[in-house]
Design a protein around this ligand. Structure first.
Ligand SMILES: Nc1nc2c(c(=O)[nH]1)N[C@@H](CN(C=O)c1ccc(C(=O)N[C@@H](CCC(=O)O)C(=O)O)cc1)CN2
Length: 294
């Protein structure tokens, strides 16, 4: 009989995360500290519009307030920075994200660096990435957090396992490598990039393969050790639909896998909500710990 890997269901895992956050949102709201997510979207990219819409739908589902800033693709650097400063200063906004990618004429580093690190719901501010490098508490990037939650929920061993991460981008691969090698995870990680001579030589010995390169069907069945776990993260939009970085036939070799849709994507969104709730709880804690004047 044909082997089929167990599917790691991100939609179901995300629903459980959201359900777990509902009570925390209610408690914060009852205390007059309703969490609020802000988003800044620049331009009309269909994918980005749909991701941002999904983020606000998720917020409505569990009672988080929404603040949406939409700017045209022609917006200047100054326009985008003004939007960032307005959310930094808005008390209704507990945390916000700048949807990526930004148009090429915008300096992404300058924009992300202008976000108040205490409102950085994406964990992409240099202070939060620096905290991750140093092992200090801070907000973590959503997709790597979602990947770790998915693996834990699917009982995939992390400590001591050999990981192969393909792609070293700022939102997924690079922070994921840092998170997997923290003392709390202690995984062994090989990071592959477009200059890696023979990526398959690295994936074939990995217990867990995470494909986040944005190259359609890059990971072929013969690249995978039988029984390994494979997560398809990167996507390519084509006229035929969405293609993941992992070829669907990998299902016949892997032990567990997550598909291009319904896997890591929904968990990315769930982790964003978790970050917003945590930022709100942190700022509420700071408010109650401020000494009162006597
Ligand atoms: N500021 C950020 N920008 C981007 C991030 C990010 O984490 N922060 N990651 C990606 C896009 N992304 C979140 O913004 C994201 C991608 C995919 C999904 C998702 O739920 N996908 C669905 C499929 C829907 C589709 O693609 O049509 C799924 O996997 O089932 C959510 C969020 C880049 N930008």
């Amino acid at each position: 009989m044909e082997h089929r890997a167990t599917v790691i269901d991100g939609t179901r895992a995300a629903a459980a995360v959201k359900e777990g956050l509902r009570g925390r949102v209610e408690a914060l709201t009852a205390a007059g500290r309703r969490p609020g997510l802000g988003t800044i979207l620049v331009g009309e990219d269909a994918g980005s519009q749909s991701y941002v819409a999904g983020k606000h739908r998720d917020c409505a589902e569990i009672g988080i307030d929404s603040l949406r800033v939409q700017l045209p693709a022609s917006a200047s650097q100054r326009d985008v920075l003004t939007a960032v400063h307005s959310l930094n200063d808005n008390p209704r906004c507990s945390g916000f994200i700048v949807q990526l990618p930004l148009p090429p004429h915008i300096d992404t580093h300058a924009v992300l660096g202008a976000v108040d690190p205490d409102k950085d719901a994406d964990g992409l501010h240099p202070t939060n990435l620096g905290r991750l490098v140093l092992g200090q508490p801070g907000t973590l990037p959503c997709t790597p957090s979602g990947i770790l939650e998915l693996l834990r929920g699917a009982d995939v061993a992390i400590t001591g396992s050999q990981f192969c991460v393909i792609g070293c981008g700022t939102t997924v691969g690079r922070p994921l490598g840092l998170m997997l090698t923290r003392p709390s995870e202690h995984a062994t990680v090989t990071m592959c990039n477009e200059a890696t001579i023979d990526i398959a030589a690295h994936t074939r010995v990995a217990d867990v393969v995470i494909a986040a390169a944005g190259v359609a069907h890059l990971v072929q069945p013969y690249w995978v050790k039988p029984g390994a776990t494979v997560l398809s993260v990167g996507i390519t939009r084509t006229v035929e639909g969405i293609l993941g970085d992992v070829h669907p036939d990998v299902e016949q070799v892997a032990g567990k896998w997550s598909r291009a849709t319904g896997g890591v994507g929904p968990m990315t969104r769930a982790m964003l909500l978790k970050n917003v709730v945590e930022l709100t709880e942190r700022s509420a804690g700071q408010m109650t710990s401020v000494p009162t004047a006597s």
